[in-house]
Design a protein around this ligand. Structure first.
Ligand SMILES: Cc1cc2nc3c(=O)[nH]c(=O)nc-3n(C[C@H](O)[C@H](O)[C@H](O)COP(=O)(O)OP(=O)(O)OC[C@H]3O[C@@H](n4cnc5c(N)ncnc54)[C@H](O)[C@@H]3O)c2cc1C
Length: 427
């Protein structure tokens, strides 16, 4: 099975020639993103992706996460890899220095995240959800919630989740039924959530659930949903994880290609929760997290396409089958690697060009996020934000659909071997 190699040349081309890393690096606060520093970060990230995450990608999917009595054990190597990931500062890359982050532009964290996703999608889902939860707390959390949760989450020692979905409420979140009853300075949360990515696992010392729920007097529909922070362990005054909250994992789902990522069914039974922002504005706040997740999921399309291309290319260079249409180069009519056949080349070039186009779209949008965040002129910030709002659904929709088409071509290049799990093409 071929090892993932980050496409550094292609990534740097988009960063420098299309997305304008040089200009983004001039924005106030991003001065450290010099070309040399960014090159060094990409090099190091590519080593981590190939050396640490890639070797546990296939084995992790085969072994899967395992549930027993409410606890979830991730596959061999995941805990250690996550520890190394946090110690290396990778979790903190895009966040403000104020919370322990490295304050780098999204334009830099985006190619780095593409590497995590290409090398090990299951692993990458954990920091993805943490990042979304951090962004929601940064924008809408009270100073007290921020002080208590953000440093640990930025560091990665506490991970985050997004709790929207319930059995009867998928796309239509107006049907959310989880309840929140006020008790003094906090709420008691009761209900069931499904499909909660990394809802329970053994990689971090605490898990911070961001949960949509209704207070008793809330109006029907989407205008009656509030957002709560529900920690697995309620933090003590000194910030250490304290009492175990009744926020329990009842089982885990098994998802195609990402069996290592624990997709949890969560049951909240009067779990202590803290309101984020104002009551009944939860869905609006959750959209911050959902937008971060949408962009990241679009990037998954790019990453899976890149990985499928790399596997297909390696296979096409090795697999000997058929002869050249024109007699072999030396007139021997010898059997050739399938990459010599025009239709196989067509498939590979289609895979590569589509992947490059998706990457260009995603990175350009990431640059616009940086301008929307840091441009000194308020009107310019607004314009860039409008572009981001337009592009995020495009990045998500187009890149995930195209990622599937590219992966499907990758299976086709492998012929029958594309359906054999051991080649990795199916995953
Ligand atoms: C890999 C993965 C990870 C996930 N992680 C999380 C997580 O961490 N937290 C979380 O809360 N959820 C998570 N989800 C769940 C996700 O949010 C839901 O799957 C999603 O909201 C859709 O809901 P559903 O699956 O119930 O589909 P449904 O709403 O039942 O939709 C089924 C089909 O009907 C279509 N459909 C539905 N309504 C309409 C309509 N009005 N008009 C036209 N078509 C419609 C949909 O597009 C879809 O094709 C995850 C899902 C996946 C696949």
């Amino acid at each position: 099975m071929s090892t993932y190699r980050a496409p550094l040349k292609d990534m740097k081309f988009v960063l420098n020639e299309l997305a304008g890393l040089g200009e983004v690096g001039k924005l106030p606060g991003y001065e450290e993103a010099t070309p040399d520093t960014v090159d060094a970060i990409l090099e190091e990230a590519s080593k981590f992706a190939s050396g640490v995450l890639d070797p546990i990608n296939y084995s992790g999917d085969q072994e899967g996460s395992k549930w027993a009595d409410g606890a979830v054990k991730t596959p061999k190597g995941f805990r250690e890899a996550y520890k190394q990931f946090c110690e290396g500062g990778w979790n903190a890359l895009p966040f403000e220095a104020e919370w322990g982050g490295q304050g780098l532009p999204r334009l830099v964290s985006t190619p780095v995240q593409e590497m995590w996703k290409s090398s090990n999608m299951s692993f990458s889902l954990c920091p993805l959800l943490t990042q979304g939860a951090i962004e929601a707390l940064l924008l809408r959390g009270s100073p007290e919630l921020q002080r208590r949760y953000l440093p640990k989450m930025v560091e990665g020692s506490w991970t985050g989740t997004m709790n929207l979905t319930e059995p009867q409420a998928g796309s239509d979140l107006s049907l959310v039924r989880t309840r929140a009853e006020r008790q003094g300075d906090h709420f008691l949360i009761s209900g069931q959530k499904i499909f909660i990515t990394y809802g329970e696992h053994d990689m971090s010392e605490n898990i911070v659930h961001l949960v949509l729920a209704r207070t008793p007097e809330a109006p029907e529909g989407v205008k009656g949903i509030s957002l709560f922070v529900v920690p697995k362990f309620v933090p003590n005054a000194d910030g250490t994880p304290g009492k175990r909250n009744p926020a329990k994992c009842a089982s885990i789902e098994h998802k195609l290609g990402i069996h290592a990522s624990p997709t949890a069914v969560m049951v909240y039974d009067k779990a202590v929760g803290y309101l984020v922002g104002e009551e009944n504005r939860g869905l609006e706040y959750m959209f911050i997290m959902m937008n971060a997740a949408r962009f990241a999921v679009g990037l998954e399309g790019v990453a899976i396409a890149e990985r499928a291309f790399q596997r297909a290319l390696a296979f096409a260079k090795e697999r000997i089958q058929g002869r050249d249409l024109v007699q072999g180069a030396q007139g021997t009519n010898a059997a050739v690697p399938i990459i010599r056949h025009p239709d196989v080349r067509r498939m590979l070039m289609l895979m590569k060009s589509q992947t490059e186009a998706m990457r260009a779209l995603a990175y350009t949008t990431a640059a616009a996020m940086d301008y929307a965040h840091k441009h000194p002129d308020a009107e310019a910030r607004k314009q860039h934000q409008a572009f981001v709002d337009l592009m995020i659904p495009v990045v998500k929709g187009w890149s995930t659909e195209t990622g599937i088409e590219v992966a499907s071509l990758g299976v086709q290049v492998h012929g029958g071997m594309g359906f054999v799990e051991e080649t990795g093409a199916a995953q």
